[in-house]
Design a protein around this ligand. Sequence first.
Ligand code: 13P
Ligand code: SF4
Length: 306
Amino acid sequence: MNKLIEKLNRLRKERNAVILAHYYQDSIIQDLADFLGDSLALAQAAKKTKADVILFCGVHFMAETAKILNPDRIVLIPDLNAGCSLADSAPPDKFKQWVDSHPDHVVISYINCTANVKAMSDIICTSSNAVKIVNSVPPDKKICFAPDKYLGKYIIKQTGRDMVLWDGSCQVHEIFSELEVIKLTNKYPEAEVIAHPECPENILNYADFIGSTTSLLNYAIQSSSHEFIVLTETGIIHQMQLKAPQKKFYPVPNLNGCSCNDCPHMKLNTLEKMVNALETLHPQIIIPEDIRLRALKPLERMLELS
Ligand code: 13P
Ligand code: SF4
C-alpha cells in the first residue's frame, strides 16, 4: 500500500496532476485527493485548476463535466465503467424525443447526466443549487426536469413550481428501507435524521435536514446534536467522523438488508487504478467538440448562477 501511495505521489508531481474526488469515494482515495467535494464544488474546482492533468475520482458524468470545462487538459478517470443509474436512465435518443415533445419548456437537467443530455438542456443544476436554479426561471415559463424524479419532486415541494419530470432515480438513494429508518429513530431518539434529496419522499419525510453531500457534512459539523442517522451513500461518513470526531453517525440499511449503502459505480475506483491512470494517461475522457460546446452553455449558466 505504502509503495503504491509513493508511486501515486511521484506520478502526480511528474504529470502536474490534480486529484479531484467525490465524498462517495473510498476513504483512502478521499485522504489522497487534492480537492474533495460534492458535484457542484468539484465542477467549480475543475473550472479553476491550472494542472495539466485532472485525475477525477468519481463517476463518468463528473469526469465528463471536468472535460467539458477543460478541453485542453487531459482528464482521467480511474475506471471508465464507473457510471451512474441516473445518467443511464436518460439515453440521448429518448431524451431528445422528450425534449421535442415539450417545445415550450425550459429544460433543466441535474448534473448526473451525459454530455449528450447536457447538450440538449437549457441549464444544469446540482443538488446544492437545484432550488435556486429552478427559482431563476421566470414564473410564466414551463419547466421539464430530468433525470431524477425524486429530486424533482423535492424541488416541486420547495418551490411550488409545477415541473414535468423524467422517470429516473439513483439506485443507491432509492433503496433505503423506511422500516430501518423507523427502527433507528426509535433506537437513537436523540439523533437527527439527515438526508440527500435523491431519496424518495417516504424517506425524506423523516428528515430533520435535507441537502447535498457538502450541506449534510456542514450541517453535521455545526449542529448541536451529537448523533445523526445518515441517509446518503456511506462514503461521506468518513469526512463526518474526521471533521466531528466526538459525534456519532449511523448509516441506514437498505432494502437488501446491507447497512453499507455503497454506490457500486463510485466504488469501482481504487488506488491501483489511480496509479495506473497516471502512469498510462488512460482511460481519458474524450468528448466530440460539437457536443462539448453545446454542453458547455447550460453548464456555464449554472456556474454563473451558483
Ligand atoms: P451531490 O454531490 O450533489 O451531493 O450529489 C450526490 C450524488 O449522488 C453524486 O452522484
Ligand atoms: Fe449515480 Fe446514485 Fe451513484 Fe450518485 S450515488 S453516482 S446518483 S448511482
